[in-house]
Design a protein around this ligand. Structure first.
Ligand SMILES: [Mg+2]
Length: 233
């Protein structure tokens, strides 16, 4: 992709997704799977084998729900025993708070450059406690004027591509939604939400969905966040 001219007029502000856009979500999921393993050890399960079973389910699709149930089935537990253990293991998963998460190369410098020109917001879906812990663990929270976690606006139903989150971010930034550029890794969420509100979008090809088709098509598609920022600066 080329330069800003491909995006047309400069945006008034930029909104960025968190997971698989600023940092590889796999790093978080790996730690969360280990936390489930430790909780399993406390009730007599093999922590290594359980963590591996959880990790396999997460790799198969971190978005699907029912991860722990499927992991316990794969581990070989009988359904009634698994049913007893699920609530505690799910609690261990959601309570996991990483101390540090690695970000993609060049992300800090890219955000610094972007912040010189535009107010920034972070827009993310998920359990608010977990999403806040992840953002804190990346060490990137201070770059953002606003952080919007869609689940705080209306639960799972408010997740992208529901337009409420991006609308809310625009309000906090004091700009019209159509003057925003949304940067994110998932066409069906980050590009789609921009489309709904007439905003522009840059898709980054990082993380779990890097090979997903460009549907809907973004205004621009680039390899990673550093390349997205290069388009805007
Ligand atoms: Mg994402």
């Amino acid at each position: 992709m080329g330069d800003l001219t491909e995006l047309g007029r400069p945006p008034a502000a930029v909104v960025l997704d968190l997971d698989d856009t600023l940092y590889p979500q796999a790093a978080y999921l790996y730690g969360a799977a280990r936390a489930v393993g430790r909780a399993g050890a406390a009730v007599g399960l093999d922590p290594i084998r359980l963590a591996r079973a959880v990790r396999r389910q997460l790799i198969a699709g971190s978005d699907r729900g029912g991860t722990i149930d499927r992991a316990l089935a794969a581990y070989g537990l009988a359904p009634d025993r698994a049913g007893e253990l699920v609530p505690g293991l799910v609690a261990a998963f959601t309570a996991y708070q990483p101390k540090r998460l690695p970000h993609y190369p060049g992300v800090t410098a890219a955000l610094a450059r972007l912040r010189e020109r535009y107010p920034l917001a972070c827009l993310t879906d998920g359990n608010p406690l977990i999403q806040r812990a992840k953002l804190a663990a990346t060490g990137l929270a201070d770059w953002f004027t606003a952080v919007v976690i869609t689940d705080e606006l209306g639960g799972r139903a408010a997740r992208k591509p529901h337009p409420g989150g991006l609308q809310h971010a625009a309000g906090l930034l004091g700009v019209a939604p159509e003057d925003l550029v949304m940067i994110g890794d998932r066409p069906g969420k980050d590009v789609a939400i921009a489309d709904v509100l007439g905003a522009r979008s840059i898709r980054v090809r990082t993380g779990e969905y890097a090979d997903a088709p460009d549907e809907p098509a973004a205004t621009a598609v680039v390899d990673d966040l550093a390349a997205a920022v290069a388009l805007l600066t």
